[in-house]
Design a protein around this ligand. Structure first.
Ligand code: ZN
Ligand code: ZN
Length: 149
């Protein structure tokens, strides 16, 4: 699954602000990862895929990719999802909008979706519980009924 994240420039700005706020100096390796994510990190890229994408444009080590992804996840700039296959995948976390995923257990395919009704339901639950949500995860798993085996 790959898609161009919306508002890439906005996210880049946010990333720069949060990294500076966290006192992290900018480095070429990390900037390369961040710029790659801004362009192509719209939905679920593994660290390996990111490293491969970077290698096409220049040198980059897997270790620096993993370290950067860890930092970005901690700063809330990137969402990390652990797949059933044991592989962690990442996508940019945009403050204004996000999407969720359906994992097809038969084909391994991942379908991204947005649903205003779902978001409203989650907000309503938070209100009822009297909590302020900082994030939420929704993962649907199953089999697509729209295709033959
Ligand atoms: Zn996604
Ligand atoms: Zn949501």
């Amino acid at each position: 699954v790959s898609s161009v994240p919306p508002d890439a420039d906005e996210w880049l700005e946010l990333a720069g602000r949060r990294l500076r706020g966290a006192g992290l100096k900018s480095g070429a390796a990390r900037n390369a990862v961040i710029e790659h994510l801004a362009r192509e990190g719209g939905c679920l890229l593994s660290a390996q895929e990111i490293a491969l994408g970077l290698r096409e444009k220049g040198p980059g080590s897997n270790a620096s990719v993993y370290r950067t992804l860890e930092q970005l996840t901690e700063l809330g700039l990137v969402h990390r999802l652990d797949g059933a296959d044991g592989v962690a995948r990442y996508e940019v976390a945009h403050p204004d909008h996000h999407h969720h995923h359906f994992f097809d257990e038969r084909t391994g395919e991942v379908v991204a979706f947005e649903d205003d009704g779902l978001e409203k339901a989650i907000a309503d639950v938070a209100k009822r519980l009297g909590v302020e949500l900082t994030s939420h995860d929704v993962i649907l798993r199953g089999r697509s009924s729209q295709r033959d085996s």
